[in-house]
Write a protein that binds this ligand. Structure first.
Ligand SMILES: Nc1ncnc2c1ncn2[C@@H]1O[C@H](COP(=O)(O)OP(=O)(O)OP(=O)(O)O)[C@@H](O)[C@H]1O
Ligand SMILES: [Mg+2]
Length: 143
Protein backbone atom coordinates (compact mmCIF):
# COMPACT_ATOMS: atom_id res chain seq x y z
CA UNK A 1 0.00 0.00 0.00
CA UNK A 2 1.31 3.42 -0.91
CA UNK A 3 2.20 5.82 1.89
CA UNK A 4 0.33 9.10 1.75
CA UNK A 5 2.60 12.12 1.72
CA UNK A 6 1.08 14.89 3.83
CA UNK A 7 0.44 18.07 1.86
CA UNK A 8 2.43 21.19 2.79
CA UNK A 9 -0.72 23.15 3.56
CA UNK A 10 -1.90 20.45 5.94
CA UNK A 11 0.96 19.73 8.30
CA UNK A 12 -0.09 16.35 9.55
CA UNK A 13 1.96 15.22 12.54
CA UNK A 14 1.46 11.52 12.09
CA UNK A 15 -0.32 9.30 9.66
CA UNK A 16 -1.20 5.68 10.40
CA UNK A 17 -2.98 3.25 8.10
CA UNK A 18 -4.81 0.28 9.59
CA UNK A 19 -6.12 -2.32 7.14
CA UNK A 20 -9.68 -3.32 8.05
CA UNK A 21 -10.04 -6.91 6.92
CA UNK A 22 -11.53 -8.64 9.95
CA UNK A 23 -13.26 -8.00 13.27
CA UNK A 24 -9.83 -8.21 14.94
CA UNK A 25 -8.87 -5.17 12.87
CA UNK A 26 -11.98 -3.37 14.14
CA UNK A 27 -10.71 -3.92 17.67
CA UNK A 28 -7.23 -2.70 16.67
CA UNK A 29 -8.72 0.43 15.07
CA UNK A 30 -10.66 1.13 18.28
CA UNK A 31 -7.50 0.70 20.36
CA UNK A 32 -5.41 3.00 18.15
CA UNK A 33 -8.00 5.77 18.30
CA UNK A 34 -8.42 5.42 22.05
CA UNK A 35 -4.64 5.55 22.57
CA UNK A 36 -4.30 8.66 20.42
CA UNK A 37 -7.21 10.40 22.17
CA UNK A 38 -5.79 9.52 25.56
CA UNK A 39 -2.38 10.94 24.53
CA UNK A 40 -4.11 14.08 23.27
CA UNK A 41 -5.88 14.39 26.63
CA UNK A 42 -9.42 13.97 25.33
CA UNK A 43 -11.80 13.06 28.16
CA UNK A 44 -12.87 9.46 28.74
CA UNK A 45 -16.38 10.43 27.64
CA UNK A 46 -15.01 11.87 24.37
CA UNK A 47 -12.92 8.74 23.86
CA UNK A 48 -15.92 6.46 24.30
CA UNK A 49 -18.10 8.63 22.04
CA UNK A 50 -15.61 8.56 19.15
CA UNK A 51 -14.52 4.94 19.62
CA UNK A 52 -18.17 3.91 19.31
CA UNK A 53 -18.30 5.61 15.91
CA UNK A 54 -14.97 4.06 14.91
CA UNK A 55 -16.46 0.68 15.76
CA UNK A 56 -19.55 1.26 13.62
CA UNK A 57 -17.69 2.69 10.64
CA UNK A 58 -15.04 -0.01 10.56
CA UNK A 59 -17.70 -2.66 11.09
CA UNK A 60 -19.55 -1.25 8.07
CA UNK A 61 -16.42 -1.85 6.00
CA UNK A 62 -16.39 -5.54 6.97
CA UNK A 63 -20.15 -6.09 6.66
CA UNK A 64 -20.89 -4.08 3.51
CA UNK A 65 -17.59 -3.94 1.62
CA UNK A 66 -15.58 -6.92 2.90
CA UNK A 67 -12.35 -5.00 3.38
CA UNK A 68 -10.88 -1.52 3.44
CA UNK A 69 -8.75 0.65 5.68
CA UNK A 70 -8.76 3.34 8.33
CA UNK A 71 -6.29 6.20 8.05
CA UNK A 72 -5.62 8.01 11.29
CA UNK A 73 -4.08 11.48 10.94
CA UNK A 74 -3.16 13.64 13.89
CA UNK A 75 -2.52 17.38 13.81
CA UNK A 76 -0.67 19.53 16.30
CA UNK A 77 -0.27 23.06 15.07
CA UNK A 78 -1.02 26.60 16.18
CA UNK A 79 -4.76 26.99 16.46
CA UNK A 80 -5.48 23.39 15.59
CA UNK A 81 -4.89 20.23 17.54
CA UNK A 82 -6.84 17.10 16.81
CA UNK A 83 -7.24 14.19 14.48
CA UNK A 84 -9.12 12.69 11.57
CA UNK A 85 -10.16 9.09 10.92
CA UNK A 86 -10.79 8.25 7.30
CA UNK A 87 -12.61 4.99 6.52
CA UNK A 88 -12.14 3.90 2.93
CA UNK A 89 -13.26 0.90 0.94
CA UNK A 90 -13.68 -0.13 -2.66
CA UNK A 91 -16.88 -2.04 -1.98
CA UNK A 92 -20.26 -1.65 -3.71
CA UNK A 93 -20.80 1.95 -2.56
CA UNK A 94 -24.10 3.52 -1.50
CA UNK A 95 -26.76 4.52 -4.04
CA UNK A 96 -28.80 6.79 -1.76
CA UNK A 97 -26.66 8.35 0.95
CA UNK A 98 -29.45 10.33 2.63
CA UNK A 99 -31.49 7.14 2.92
CA UNK A 100 -28.50 5.22 4.32
CA UNK A 101 -27.94 7.97 6.90
CA UNK A 102 -31.49 7.57 8.28
CA UNK A 103 -31.65 5.68 11.52
CA UNK A 104 -33.48 2.42 10.94
CA UNK A 105 -32.39 2.01 7.31
CA UNK A 106 -30.39 -1.14 6.65
CA UNK A 107 -29.83 -3.34 3.63
CA UNK A 108 -28.77 -6.21 5.91
CA UNK A 109 -31.79 -6.31 8.26
CA UNK A 110 -29.68 -4.90 11.03
CA UNK A 111 -30.63 -1.93 13.23
CA UNK A 112 -29.40 0.64 10.72
CA UNK A 113 -27.92 2.84 13.41
CA UNK A 114 -24.26 2.88 12.35
CA UNK A 115 -24.04 5.81 9.95
CA UNK A 116 -26.68 8.08 11.50
CA UNK A 117 -25.39 7.30 14.99
CA UNK A 118 -21.78 8.02 14.02
CA UNK A 119 -22.75 11.39 12.58
CA UNK A 120 -24.47 12.29 15.86
CA UNK A 121 -21.51 11.10 17.91
CA UNK A 122 -18.74 12.94 16.07
CA UNK A 123 -18.01 16.66 15.88
CA UNK A 124 -17.25 16.42 12.16
CA UNK A 125 -18.64 13.78 9.82
CA UNK A 126 -18.62 13.56 6.04
CA UNK A 127 -19.41 10.77 3.63
CA UNK A 128 -18.68 10.27 -0.03
CA UNK A 129 -19.97 7.17 -1.77
CA UNK A 130 -21.37 6.03 -5.07
CA UNK A 131 -22.23 2.67 -6.62
CA UNK A 132 -19.10 1.16 -8.12
CA UNK A 133 -16.90 3.81 -6.53
CA UNK A 134 -16.65 2.60 -2.96
CA UNK A 135 -17.21 4.55 0.24
CA UNK A 136 -15.19 7.12 2.15
CA UNK A 137 -16.28 8.38 5.56
CA UNK A 138 -14.29 10.98 7.44
CA UNK A 139 -14.68 11.98 11.07
CA UNK A 140 -12.66 14.61 12.91
CA UNK A 141 -12.24 15.96 16.42
CA UNK A 142 -10.44 19.16 17.45
CA UNK A 143 -9.50 20.41 20.89
N1 LIG B 1 -18.96 0.92 3.71
C1 LIG B 1 -20.15 0.71 3.15
N2 LIG B 1 -20.24 0.21 1.90
C2 LIG B 1 -21.46 -0.01 1.31
N3 LIG B 1 -22.64 0.26 1.91
C3 LIG B 1 -22.61 0.76 3.16
C4 LIG B 1 -21.38 1.01 3.85
N4 LIG B 1 -21.67 1.51 5.07
C5 LIG B 1 -23.00 1.57 5.12
N5 LIG B 1 -23.58 1.12 3.98
C6 LIG B 1 -25.02 1.08 3.65
O1 LIG B 1 -25.71 1.99 4.50
C7 LIG B 1 -26.70 1.28 5.25
C8 LIG B 1 -26.81 1.92 6.63
O2 LIG B 1 -25.59 1.68 7.37
P1 LIG B 1 -25.69 1.60 8.95
O3 LIG B 1 -24.34 1.36 9.49
O4 LIG B 1 -26.43 2.81 9.41
O5 LIG B 1 -26.63 0.34 9.18
P2 LIG B 1 -26.29 -1.21 9.08
O6 LIG B 1 -24.82 -1.40 8.94
O7 LIG B 1 -27.14 -1.81 8.03
O8 LIG B 1 -26.79 -1.73 10.48
P3 LIG B 1 -26.07 -1.52 11.92
O9 LIG B 1 -24.84 -0.70 11.70
O10 LIG B 1 -27.08 -0.80 12.77
O11 LIG B 1 -25.77 -2.90 12.38
C9 LIG B 1 -26.25 -0.15 5.25
O12 LIG B 1 -27.33 -1.06 5.44
C10 LIG B 1 -25.64 -0.30 3.86
O13 LIG B 1 -26.63 -0.48 2.88
MG1 LIG C 1 -23.52 -0.49 10.23
Amino acid sequence: MQEEVPMKTESCKSDLTIPINSYEDVILARQRVRELMSRMKFSLLDQTRVVTAVSELSRNIIVHAGKGRMILKSYDEVGRRGFKCIFEDKGPGIADISMAMKEGFSTTRSLGLGLGGSKKLCSHFSIDSAPGKGTKVEIAEWK
